[in-house]
Design a protein around this ligand. Structure first.
Ligand code: NAD
Length: 483
């Protein structure tokens, strides 16, 4: 099939390269000339494991090309995918759909009869309807259909995710769905579930999924804070929870808060979408605000680990991207952390293994080419991103480079035993030892009160138990919960 992909970013480029690898004829278009020039010269504008190989080989096979000429690329296409960015709109947090609608208007005059427009960008419910309306407005005589096909790949594992998705979601009328399903034909053979639904449901599936995953992260982060206060270890708690097949182990890694180009803006867009129809989403609202607060709170954890104010201290940061295996810095927790540390008068030395967009970082930081250089004369070293190479660092060399051997591990990259053996004072998020130096913990830890659990608890369905008349008491706040 002849496919045009508009927007050659993390989603557009990976989708285009993978479609071409299946034998489709793909043109990836982008308005960014520099990006297209890099690709046409055999380079990659983003870091994504495994992408270089499939891009190069399919360019050689003449199945994958790159262009800035939208109209001529669309003219002969059987399917046009829209994969442009949908960031938060500055000021109000709604998804900014200006790029999606600009593409719809730009492609309209060049569309051929029978074409399917596939919206792959993450867009609020009703966007496909609007795309259809915009195109019909300027090309009422052309026969086209609009389908929704949200993407679930993760930056850093994008190629693998695209090739082995948990499901393919396609929203739209039957003939449009069939055309899109035909593009994904290799999955039909390997048993990947296809969900055919209405466009509005497909659009919402993406937001509902992302908000759910964000909730899981925010939840385990809250449990991590609790662990620090009451003498439990979040690593063990998460393991114990994750082995429950109803919960699962994924997205239960406590950390400095979720970031990246999707979860923060998608949770916010869902909140705004719901507000517009007067159906507030209180859980998602809380997830969003607690996550923002958490990112800012990480600076205080460093004060706790160090046991003294940060003024004039040197802090080594390992990892800057929002997670490992990506160069994506959008909404990375490191950004708000660095701002907080600079405000407290600390000097920052940082290292990240892949090229990062340093324009997003405050100018004051010293960017170092290796972890050991970042650690030079540092009063504390903080692991922000779980890059694999940090696990195998020469710990003795790292320690020798530092002024004081204190490590705060926000990603549970190291084991406490190993770090102690290497002579570090080692702190990990969600472990009780992080708290003793915080001012709040100069008070003794209150005794842990037993919770009264109502009859319909988590074991079985509670049908055989007699409901207890007492009210449930919160052990931490003493607030009365509803009976
Ligand atoms: P991105 O910013 O990496 O890429 C978007 C590209 O679109 C940019 O290169 C930009 O120059 C281009 N563009 C913008 N307007 C254009 C126009 N009028 N004509 C041609 N090109 C134009 O974005 P991304 O991370 O690939 O995300 C794209 C969409 O996919 C978003 O809606 C995002 O929420 C969603 N998504 C992203 C991920 C992810 O991990 N990055 C995963 C799933 C879904």
């Amino acid at each position: 099939m002849r496919i045009c992909i508009v927007g050659t970013g993390y989603v557009g480029l990976v989708s285009g390269a993978c479609f071409a690898d299946w034998g489709h004829n793909v043109t990836c278009v982008d308005a960014n000339r520099e990006k297209i020039a890099i690709l046409n010269n055999g380079g990659l504008p983003i870091y994504e494991p495994g992408l270089a190989e499939i891009t190069t080989i399919n360019m050689k096979r003449k199945r994958l090309s790159f262009s800035t000429d939208l109209k001529s690329s669309v003219r002969n296409a059987d399917a046009v995918f829209i994969a442009v960015g949908t960031p938060s709109r500055p000021g109000d947090g709604h998804a900014d759909l200006s790029c999606v609608y600009a593409v719809a208007q730009e492609i309209a005059p060049a569309l051929q009869d029978g074409v399917v427009i596939v919206v792959k960008s993450t867009v609020p419910v009703g966007t496909c309807d609007e795309v259809e309306r915009l195109i019909s407005g300027s090309r009422s005589h052309v026969n086209f259909r609009v389908a929704s096909n949200p993407e679930f790949l993760r930056a850093g594992a994008a190629v693998g995710d695209f090739r082995r998705p948990d499901r393919v979601i396609i929203g739209g009328e039957r003939s449009a769905c069939d055309r899109v399903a035909d593009i994904y034909r290799p999955f039909l053979a390997d048993g990947t579930p296809f969900v055919y639904t209405a466009r509005r449901s497909a659009e919402l599936i993406k937001y509902a999924s992302n908000a759910f995953l964000a909730t899981k992260i925010a939840y385990i982060n809250e449990i991590a804070d609790l662990c620090e206060r009451i003498g439990a270890d979040v690593q063990d708690v998460a393991k114990g929870m994750g082995l429950d097949s109803r919960i699962g182990p994924q997205f239960l890694n406590a950390g400095p808060g979720f970031g990246g180009s999707c979860f923060p803006k998608d949770t916010l867009a869902l909140i705004k979408m719901a507000e517009d129809v007067e159906t507030p989403m209180r859980i998602v609202e809380s997830v969003f605000t607690t996550n923002e607060r958490r990112k800012r709170a990480m600076a205080r954890k460093i004060v706790s680990a160090l046991g003294s104010p940060l003024l004039g201290k040197t802090i080594a940061l390992l990892g800057l991207t929002f997670k490992a295996n990506t160069d994506d810095m959008r909404e990375a927790p490191s950004i708000s952390l660095i701002r907080g540390l600079c405000d407290m008068g600390a000097h920052i030395r940082a290292h990240d293994p892949v090229a990062v967009d340093q324009t997003m970082l405050p100018m004051e930081i010293t960017y170092c080419p290796s972890p050991y250089e970042a650690a030079e004369d540092a009063d504390v070293l903080v692991v922000i991103t779980e890059w694999e190479q940090f696990r195998t660092l020469d710990l003795w060399r790292l320690k020798r480079a530092m002024r004081t051997p204190i490590v705060l591990d926000l990603r549970a990259v190291y084991s406490a035993e190993m770090m102690t053996l290497a002579g570090f004072r080692y702190y990990r998020l969600g472990a009780a030892h992080l708290v003793p130096s915080t001012p709040a913990l100069s008070r003794p830890i209150p005794p842990i009160r037993r919770l009264r659990v109502n009859g319909s608890g988590s074991h079985g369905n509670g049908a055989s138990r007699k409901p207890k008349p007492q009210r449930q008491i919160s052990a931490t706040t003493n607030e009365r919960a509803p009976a």
